[in-house]
Design a binder for this molecule. Sequence first.
Ligand code: FNR
Length: 190
Amino acid sequence: RTLTVGVVVGSLRKDSINLKLANALVSLGQGLAFKFVPIADLPLYNPDIDGPDTPAAWVKFRERIHAVDAVLFVTPEYNRSVPGGLKNALDVGSRPMGQSVWNGKPCAIATASPGGIGGFGANHALRQSLTFLNMPAMQQPEAYIGGAFELLDEEGRLVKKETKSFLENFMLRFASWVERNVSDDVPVKK
Ligand code: FNR
């Protein structure tokens, strides 16, 4: 069967460079199906309202992540860490306790920034959570996309062929990572 990857973009901005990068990655991904899973409308996680009147947006989000085999995170760095919206999405998906929809799903991370560090801080802050969430995160190749405004044009096309071949290889390796780490019997109680 074709494995499906949920694409989670950490920026909520309409003209997000990370959204453009995510689209470029999806277009280069061979042999996988992709579904963007939005995080913008998730109320801030609060255990007090998690059942019996759980917000519909949380339920929908959990179902969407539950339905995919793997996850591709594409995110900016905010203050050397993960944007709050993305952290909130991780928190929402991780609860109720023992029912995390992230559990066991292989993933990869790409971070993009106009700056030179390429979102390194966010990339690794995210890895810290993914370890606890039991998500096998692809270690190599890493994707810290610095100077990103010069690498993607207004329409999100990749400007340089070196970037294209780097990202092509990233997606090739990700496809193999997903295939090797996907689990058909992820123990999620619903
Ligand atoms: C930023 N930006 C930023 N960039 C970076 O490389 N390291 C950082 O720590 C931060 N911190 C930060 C905090 C906040 C609150 C904002 C709004 C921005 C700049 C950021 O990389 C830039 O705005 C990107 O364009 C954001 O990605 P998207 O929205 O284009 O995908």
